[in-house]
Design a protein around this ligand. Structure first.
Ligand SMILES: *Cc1c(COP(=O)(O)O)cnc(C)c1O
Length: 455
């Protein structure tokens, strides 16, 4: 299967590229998949093989890989102003227009936007904004950050510290002052006999006990993905945000929704916080923001925070933060077009239309005795592989069951992602019902083949 010739794309990839988040034994055996082009939801490799990408690239290519309107928006902006920054009281017209648009489509009455190059930097920036704000308001001790186990907030030193994954221990992270609450995954973390409502109450009680133990005036903010993404597509237990948000409000702790995956339609509404009916103080956006056509992130500050941060900046004459490419005009032009495409060209609508089909497909595959549960919201879903369905016992980690399923899918021309022992699906918003059938058909065959080997 692997092309081992020294001048092959696979060998050249190995020789000079450091792979991120890649199972190296698997890539050594199978070789890297080197892609050359894309069409709709499909990508093509150097051997001419076609893959249906059921993960929208990395959750972000929601309009497919060759959307003509997005390509044209990029080309047009490159001919006008190919790059600029947003320092020293200058910014591009595209940046002004995108900020207006983001505030308009946000759940906030008014607000202000700060741009980064990625979701990690947007979370990092938000933490710095909170530290800056609390210090300016005479509460410099408010520095601790609350997140949840299994949360994924990125890879910079701060956003990796917010991430609730054990793999960050190899970097000596998290930094001190980053506190991880229990992951509100009822199926996995509920106690025997505990109802979902009681579980949610336990999560809320843990939050309040943690706040009191740490000292309410030492906490800078609480960050949460409305649906955890890279933690394995984990929707919160029923009533979770209704239970925790009032507690955070009671102690004056800002609530930040990390909507890097859930933003712009993924869960069926523009924002995940709308799907789960809670109002954050700020929103973190990236990934879908440019439909994956440009690296860009945004911090969208809501009504109150926006005014407070502006006042704190006025008091010291500037907000001393920014990236060279913050508010890049091409990125902003693409984001403006991406928002228009998703909201006005039927993509958001297609998410709502496809969701029942998607849920049906997941539920059907979850009838397999080695699938413990299916879960998801809108067009993000997961199937959790288990050795024993009744006891929810996972497979031995050394069997690499989810990796084997994903590899079997790749061989069949379907890209999906192993996450822990789950298989994650996050199809692009342009998917057709026929492509959804293709996705579930290929995945079903792969599941059967791998479970026959290991079960
Ligand atoms: C991907 C992701 C990030 C990090 O974004 P990068 O652009 O990879 O830095 C942060 N938060 C969530 C919820 C994400 O899914």
């Amino acid at each position: 299967m692997r092309d081992t010739a020294p001048n092959s794309w696979e060998a050249r990839a190995d020789a000079n590229s450091l792979y991120g988040f890649t199972d190296l034994p698997s890539v050594h055996q199978r070789g890297c998949v080197v892609l050359t082009h894309g069409k709709g939801p499909y990508v093509y490799d150097t051997h001419g093989r076609e893959y249906l990408d059921a993960n929208s690239g990395l959750w972000n290519m929601v309009a497919g890989f060759d959307h003509p309107g997005l390509i044209a928006a990029a080309q047009e902006q490159y001919t006008k102003l190919a790059g600029y920054h947003a320092f020293f009281g200058r910014m591009s017209d595209q940046t002004v227009m995108l900020s207006e648009k983001l505030v308009e489509v946000s759940p906030f009455e008014k607000g202000r936007v700060f741009y980064t190059n990625s979701g990690s930097e947007a979370n990092d920036t938000m933490v710095k904004i909170l530290w800056f704000l609390h210090a300016a308001e005479g509460k410099p001790q408010r520095r601790k950050i609350l997140t949840r186990m299994n949360a994924y907030h990125g890879v910079t030193a701060v956003s990796a510290s917010m991430t609730g994954k054990p793999y960050n221990a190899v970097f000596g992270l998290p930094l001190p002052g980053f506190i991880h609450l229990t992951c509100p995954h009822y199926w996995r973390n509920g106690k025997p006999g505990e109802t979902e409502a009681a579980f949610t109450q336990r999560m809320a009680a843990e939050l309040e006990a943690t706040i009191i133990k740490e000292g309410p005036d030492t906490i800078a903010g609480f960050f949460a993905e409305p649906v955890m993404g890279a933690g394995g597509v984990i929707p919160p237990s029923a009533g979770y945000f209704q239970a925790v948000v009032p507690i955070l409000r009671k102690y004056g702790i800002p609530v930040i929704a990390d909507e890097v995956i859930t933003g712009f339609g993924r869960t069926g509404n523009t924002w995940g916080c709308q799907t789960y009916d809670f109002m954050p103080d700020a929103i973190i956006s990236s990934k879908n923001l440019t439909a994956g056509f440009f690296p860009m992130g945004a911090v969208i500050l809501g009504d109150a925070l926006s005014d407070r941060v502006q006042a704190a900046s006025e008091a010291i004459e500037e907000f001393p933060h920014g990236f060279t490419a913050s508010g890049h005009p091409v990125g902003c032009a693409i984001a403006l077009k991406a928002i228009d495409v998703v909201m006005n060209e039927g993509l958001a609508e297609n998410v709502r239309t496809l969701t029942p089909l998607f849920e049906e497909g997941l539920a059907r595959l979850a009838e397999n005795p080695n699938i413990g549960e299916w879960r998801g919201k809108g067009l993000m879903g997961a199937l959790e592989a288990v050795k024993d369905k009744a006891t929810k016992t996972p497979f031995d980690g050394s069997l690499s069951v989810s990796e084997r399923i994903a590899n079997a899918c790749t061989d069949a021309g379907l890209i999906c992602r192993p996450l822990g022992q789950a298989i994650v699906l996050c199809p692009p918003f342009i998917m057709t019902p026929a492509q959804m059938d293709e996705m579930f058909g290929k995945l079903e065959k792969a599941l059967k083949a791998v479970f026959a080997e290991v079960a």
